[in-house]
Write a protein that binds this ligand. Sequence first.
Ligand SMILES: Cc1cc2nc3c(=O)[nH]c(=O)nc-3n(C[C@H](O)[C@H](O)[C@H](O)COP(=O)(O)OP(=O)(O)OC[C@H]3O[C@@H](n4cnc5c(N)ncnc54)[C@H](O)[C@@H]3O)c2cc1C
Length: 1094
Amino acid sequence: MASIYARSVYSAESAYAPSTPIDEMSPIFPFGTPQSPDFPAEAYLTAQHLVQQVSYLLSDKLFVYSPQSFSLAEAATAWAATGQRNGHGDVTGVVPTETRLGAASVLLGYVLSKDLAQERRGMVQSIIASSASLIPMQSALSQLALLYGVSSPFVAHISALDYDVSKERLVTDYVTPLTVARDTGLALIATSSVHEAQDMALFATVVAEIFPVINLVDGVRVGRETGRVKGVVSRDEVYRIWESITGEFRGLEKKGCKGKKIARLLDALNAELGTGYQMFQYTGAEDAEEVLVVFGSVEASLGADVARHLNREGKKVGVVSVRVYSPFMEAEFLKVLPKSVKKIAVLGQVKDETEVHDETVSSLLFGDVFSAVTFSEEWSLPPPVVDVKYSRDQVWSPRHFGAIFEQLAGKEQVAVAEEYPKEGVQFLSGAGVNQYTFWDIDDAPTAKVSAVLARALATHRKNVSYTSTYDNAAQAGVIQSEIRRGDAVIEAPFHVDYADVVVVGDANIFKSFDILAGLKQGGTLLVKGAIKDEDLEKKLTKEVLKGLVLKDAKLFILDPTNEGESEDYESSLLELSFFKIANAGYTQESAAKKLASLSSPDVLKLVEKVPTALREVPVNKEWAAEPVVAEGEEAPEPVEAPVLPSVPTHSAFTINDAKLENTARGILKSSDHAAKLLSFKEAYGVETALRPDLPVKNFIVKVQANKRLTPNSYDRNIFHIEFDLTGTGLTYEIGEALGVHAHNDPKMVERFITFYGLNPEDIVEVPSRDNPDILETRTVYQSLLQNLDIFGKPGKKFYEALAPFATDDAEKKALLTLAGPEGATEFKRLAEVDNVTFADVLLDYPSAHPDFHELAKIVSPMKRREYSIASSQQVHPNSVHLLIVVVGWKDSRGRDRWGQASRYLSLLPIGASVTVSVKPSVMKLPPLSTAPIIMAGLGTGLAPFRAFVQYRAWQRDQGLPIGPVFLYMGSRTQREEYLYGEEWEAYLASGVITRLGCAFSRDQKEKIYIQDRMRQDLEWITEEYLGTETKEDGSVVTKGGAFYLCGPTWPVPDVSEVLMEAIGKDAERRGVKVDRRRELEVLKEGGRYVLEVY
Ligand SMILES: Cc1cc2nc3c(=O)[nH]c(=O)nc-3n(C[C@H](O)[C@H](O)[C@H](O)COP(=O)(O)OP(=O)(O)OC[C@H]3O[C@@H](n4cnc5c(N)ncnc54)[C@H](O)[C@@H]3O)c2cc1C
């Protein structure tokens, strides 16, 4: 059984009753944010809440370095805003601060300031931040450590958390805090569970009286998992304990042996709390022979649980979890290590996989443990110490620890591996704990069902724990949530892998995850969707049906289809259905009453709908049967099912911001209802997507991949971006382009709003992006972000239209001149050399200041940009791919300038929504699959050819004969710009591409361009492009080859010249005279010489 927490000193009063209404409830924090820092003795809380409580209550100022999406100090910020008193009787100053180089110097200035009021000197000053913020703070922290004798007490409460750009996921980063603590000399304390979070924050704050300190909690899982915490210390008690301990120790010299002083403070805290915390916490057999040393919240908690579990099986193992890493008190460490130990393994984090496999790199923790053991006089021959490294993106399960202990007993080398039977460490099942997993599309109306159920399932007798994960890449945004429920308080910081019930809100999710892997034998799967019995295999996939048989599971389908019902209807029906099948001790009526008390009484009326909407589908043994092969027939080749992940990749804490269409959040601050509603509508793309009056059909698609293809150090950013089309109905053909509606840069928009003196929330009517004849109602901010091309190039008409608004005569005259023939040269210079924008003109002529309604009429609307589609929908039915180069230059005023759409797209995170349309194209493949194709692409000009080649490969897979495929690609260097190089080579190796001609112009002394490569192949090109073939019936027909050139315009003349040479050669062979240029025109008209240049 995972840890059960109990502390005798504080008796339970009442369970914390959350007050957040359901419709305002976050899908990840069902119990909401505590309204005040005075917590009851028992409450549903996260470790983050507890850390915020202590830091708020004891600090004078709380400096917050948290990206908005991390919401590390949400509660503290709210308490300060509502004037909640801290332990000193004041309102804590919560100061949001940006993380940048030199961060923390604000704090440094504050704590060392001579001007600090006398009564504030000596008061605790704290930071709340993530690991990622520590590097830019390092130099300020070093100074603080040096000047600590004259500084106020200082604590940095750090969430071990970072975003790994290459892995596109959130990671638990201990490497940075450990390194910073070691390099700056700060003390470092770690928390292993939500139940310890308050105590450790308090401990860190008392330590701060003597040493500056980092208090560390895992920020990905433990910090944000909600659990019922018992024995929570109230506001007054927190203050009293802090004062009592610090009062006693205040006289201690700040210098001297740090470790010893910290140990004394910990004893004092234990005496106050009735706890038994140690600097190194040992769990396991007294006579353990194999001992694992761990650092970190999940590591400590899981390691101890697995060790206890193995002890019960008679295994002599144990775990030392490091609570105080810095200073590393070797004597204390050796004290807790069992004397019987024969082998020690150190589980230490390193940065990434490369470091895991690099034998020259050891973890920091290994270094400390190794020297403690090696230089100890305890042993004449010290036990071996092995380094077990893991990277920051490691997601732990009990199996990993089972496997580590198993290796530790037998092998010399120990590595992190999952090869350990799942059942071997199932300490939650059979211990009266029920487990439920929920999967849904992150912005689905039912995405909050799991959170509502967590609240409904939490009763006085039953405890729940709840955690959610956003995977912004899969299906362009999936939320997965887990509930555990039992009589005791549950602490299990790992994914549910033995669920009683798994609920899936959208069957598409089966395509991205092996969902059944987390269902227990005999469990129940509930899927929502209008799925008919005959569509089961198509919608749920063959593998899922087979899995249901193998797991002896039950299958329920909830079809919520009911015209005209609200979104709440679907959620309530799903909640009731869950209760119907989950055996959670509720009848339908009692469940409905419970749900009605949380949300709306309408739920009560839905009970009668459940029997018709919810049906059990008998699991058919045939689903797992091998296909029967008729006698004489050959068994079909077994088709390997793709290996899907069983758990989501934790890529964000929320639906990606950009999915909400970069609306006016942050800048639209007042409560103007109309403006808010408008922003909200747009946020979900309702306006554009559902307007039949627009000439082009728009779709809202979501980014599912966005990868830079050129090295970061290279000056050209060429990137590959993919959009998920699931459920959009968007279809495209080979060669078509995608129209993209980009946004202006929000920062530039904000600056313009300030400079022009606008109210971002005012409502205005602006021409639609798609059809300027249609007016849309938007806020000022939205219209500048999405409608008006305010940073685009003004034409003469703008100068002309602006002139009447100028109140300064000289300005009016100048504007009129620029609009007229005398100003033509200057106008050209402004447009082409200075690249001035509408905004620049307004800045340059300040007396011309039309109000925004007038301005909206004279600034051009933003235009969509087109991008050749780089994928074939036959191969990628649910996605569309683009290859884009970011346009960028320095203008004559020395400003960095960017192309609007290419820059916007390059910055889009996974999950962001984008409005797109499909544009027909001239880039058509010849009708015959056997017709030769010759393609020449420069840079991003390769995009449509990727689609062509994919399509030809698909044709071949369908059994069609395919003709020769020649691809000529040009770029500067192979190292930096070999775009899709590996793909081309694979197609060449598999025979889809017949000839690959690469021209890397700068890779050798003499410049080589695509026309040079083509010229080298002139014989072949002539034959395949213009040659003929004799058919079986003796007829001679042209091969019908087609030539395509795509990308920038400049190679057109040179490439055309090579084609004309081929035409000449062909004529020579045939012994005829031709007008080469005219022949090329004929080929063009016949669709066999196709240019797409931009
Ligand atoms: C059918 C078609 C297919 C296309 N396919 C692709 C594709 O696959 N990949 C791709 O990347 N692009 C493609 N494009 C080009 C694409 O549509 C955009 O034009 C391009 O991305 C630039 O748009 P932007 O909004 O980023 O730049 P904009 O905001 O439109 O800025 C471009 C403007 O910036 C100015 N500018 C640029 N560089 C400089 C400079 N050095 N000095 C001064 N001014 C400068 C010029 O005024 C230029 O017109 C395609 C275009 C078409 C028509």
